[in-house]
Design a binder for this molecule. Structure first.
Ligand code: BGC
Length: 366
């Protein structure tokens, strides 16, 4: 009898202690700003992580960065974990724009303000703000580069796109199409790898559904391996008149390098111009070496500064300033937008090294 009373009181003491410890633990791990990024497997997002870390030095608010590793389920877990840590602001770049709605709706319920970062979260009213680059301008710059470097008439044009689950893939392709379509219509380019694009080549403006059809056919899913396979398939199927001097719309640097490698290894391809974006270090080396024609530099420091700046304004109890809005299928989301810079061999040093973005020692043959 005595023994069991002792055991019970000991248990009670342990339980009370556990409650105190966990309460302290919660307080100790309170986080003000949660940051969720899509994957560590692409240099682009590792770059963003580093820039967030740099920006966080010396701020009075605490932040935690988590990666979703290409999984919307993991993304939701991350958001729930951050909500449990008491965040007041969530900065999130969704893996999948539609699927992320559930995460941000949970955040909204918990009184958290949501900033969609780089990629727009779609079809929900639980997004408060959007910080982004001018993504249509990215696509236009890619298209314009191909137009400016076109060789003669009827040049084969290979089209590739990003992941259909990423709203940006639509904006990039839309921007590129606006510039390329008139040059397809006047015979400068001849689409070589997409029957859907050929069906629509008479249309200057494409609807979301029409874009979907083309993207569905030429998507890389933002995956270098998938881009490589598609490029190989396309070149295997291509007739002789779809080779020679060609133009390639590649949506970003990771896919551009693998597509460029495939085209470089085909002896019937005499020359190619290939686009990219992100100014990834590996692609800067490709540009220096003449293996990738251009990239679009998106200064991640500005995007991070804007996102963190907004978060601090919100935490201080004020309303952030915005410059426009983006419709996400359900609401107009107030947005702050940043410009982009076209980089090729001619300005690579000035734009990326002299500007202090990268070190000269990161590259060979600059
Ligand atoms: C980003 C690009 C990136 C791509 C693949 C897009 O949403 O804007 O910078 O290359 O996703 O991760």
């Amino acid at each position: 009898m005595k023994k069991s009373v002792k055991a019970i009181s000991l248990m009670l003491v342990v339980m009370i202690f556990a409650v105190i410890v966990s309460a302290c633990g919660d307080k100790g791990s309170k986080v003000n700003v949660g940051i969720v990024l899509p994957t560590k497997d692409e240099p682009r997002w590792v770059q963003d992580e580093q820039r967030f870390k740099d920006a966080l030095n010396g701020t009075k608010y605490s932040a935690e960065i988590l990666f979703s590793q290409g999984s919307s389920a993991k993304e939701k877990e991350n958001v729930d974990a951050l909500i449990a840590k008491g965040i007041k602001v969530l900065i999130i770049c969704p893996q999948d724009g539609d699927a992320a709605a559930a995460s941000v709706e949970a955040a909204k319920k918990a009184g958290v303000q949501v900033i969609s970062y780089d990629r727009l979260i779609t079809n929900t009213d639980a997004v408060n703000y959007y910080v982004t680059f001018d993504s249509v301008a990215v696509g236009k710059a890619q298209g314009q580069y191909l137009v400016d470097h076109a060789k003669g008439k009827g040049e084969p044009l290979y089209l590739y796109a990003g992941a259909a689950s990423d709203n940006n893939a639509f904006l990039f392709f839309q921007g590129a199409w606006e510039v390329l379509q008139p040059k397809i219509a006047d015979g400068t380019f001849k689409i070589a790898n997409s029957s859907e694009a050929v069906n629509l080549q008479g249309k200057a403006q494409l609807s979301r559904e029409e874009l979907s059809k083309i993207i569905g056919q030429v998507t890389t899913n933002w995956d270098a391996g998938e881009a490589k396979n598609k490029a190989q398939t396309h070149l295997t199927a291509a007739a002789a008149d779809a080779k020679g001097d060609v133009a390639i719309l590649a949506p970003n640097d990771g896919t551009a390098r693998s597509i460029a490698d495939v085209f470089a290894s085909d002896s019937a391809i005499k020359s190619f111009v290939v686009t990219g974006q992100d100014a990834e270090k590996a692609s800067i080396q490709y540009v220096i070496d003449g293996k990738q024609s251009m990239t679009v530099f998106k200064d991640v420091r500005t995007l991070v500064k804007d996102a963190m700046g907004m978060a601090v304004v919100i935490l201080d109890g004020n309303t952030p300033q915005t410059t426009g809005s983006y419709n996400n299928g359900k609401v107009d989301v107030k947005a702050k937008q940043t410009n982009v810079i076209v980089v090729d061999k001619a300005n690579v040093k000035a734009a990326l090294v002299d500007s202090g973005y990268y070190q000269a020692s990161d590259f060979k043959g600059l």
